[in-house]
Design a protein around this ligand. Structure first.
Ligand code: G3P
Ligand code: MG
Length: 241
């Protein structure tokens, strides 16, 4: 089972920063999950919320700030001085770093509160610029965004993110849209969904699992990946079960 670091090594370091990504790689993760949106000037930036408020302590909508304005903010601001100054990374900066490593990247397109027209195109442009198409997996709660990705870059796999009640016919849903992965949260995961996915060749990555009990559940059900805030802890647990 692959260990995927959720927002980087976000259990110990500021989420979605280069620091958290580098620490995740050092921790031996197989993949890194991150969240992307578009800045006011159309660049792909890595940040989870639609506003900068929670992580930076400043305020404003990501989509109303240019990259230059965003990068004046401290992405670890909510921790005070603890981690110094960390910028909100661009996807370009991240890809320039990760392309030299053997890990893969799960890029989650945040098109929830706002639909960012062009996010799929821009994201794929950056990924292709760095030649890492073969080590990328897209996911989104907005499944239309995944269909956009498929139109532009059919060879890059996509995962359907779900929460709440999930999707009863998850495997059929994914397969009938040409999507390769199902990404439920652990509370949403059901044996029926796993079996439906398995029978149709759909792979499963499950978020956000930070305890041994959850890990054993995923392993027992035969899931492909665990998305976790603590990649090294999960690696050790996996070696021990
Ligand atoms: O991709 C898994 C997980 O990141 C989805 O939820 O809110 O943490 O982006 P969220
Ligand atoms: Mg995410």
């Amino acid at each position: 089972m692959k260990v995927i670091a959720h927002r980087g090594y976000s259990g110990l370091y500021p989420e979605n920063t280069m620091l958290a990504f580098k620490k995740a790689a050092e921790a031996g993760c197989d993949g890194i999950e991150m969240d992307v949106q578009l800045s006011k000037d159309g660049q792909v930036v890595i940040i989870h919320d639609e506003t900068v408020d929670r992580v930076t302590g400043s305020s404003g909508l990501v989509r109303e700030l240019t990259v230059h304005e965003l990068q004046k903010l401290n992405a670890s601001g909510k921790f005070g001085e603890q981690f110094g100054f960390n910028t909100i990374p661009t996807l370009d900066e991240y890809c320039g770093w990760v392309k030299n490593l053997g890990i893969f990247t799960n890029i989650e397109l945040k098109c929830n509160q706002f639909f960012y027209e062009g996010l799929a195109e821009e994201t794929i442009t950056v990924v292709k610029k760095h030649g890492i198409e073969d080590r990328v997996l897209f996911s989104s709660f907005n499944h239309v965004s995944l269909l956009d990705c498929k139109k532009i870059a059919p060879g890059i796999p996509c995962g359907i993110l779900v929460a709440g009640n999930g999707i009863g016919n998850a495997g059929y849903y994914a397969a009938s849209h040409g999507l390769e992965y199902y990404h439920p949260d652990i509370e949403t995961l059901t044996r029926e969904a796993v079996e439906d996915c398995r029978s149709r060749g759909i792979k499963l990555n499950v978020y956000t699992v930070n305890d041994m009990e959850g890990l054993i559940t995923l392993k027992t059900l035969g899931c492909d990946g665990i998305i976790t805030n603590f990649p090294d802890v999960c690696k050790k647990w996996l070696d021990s079960v």
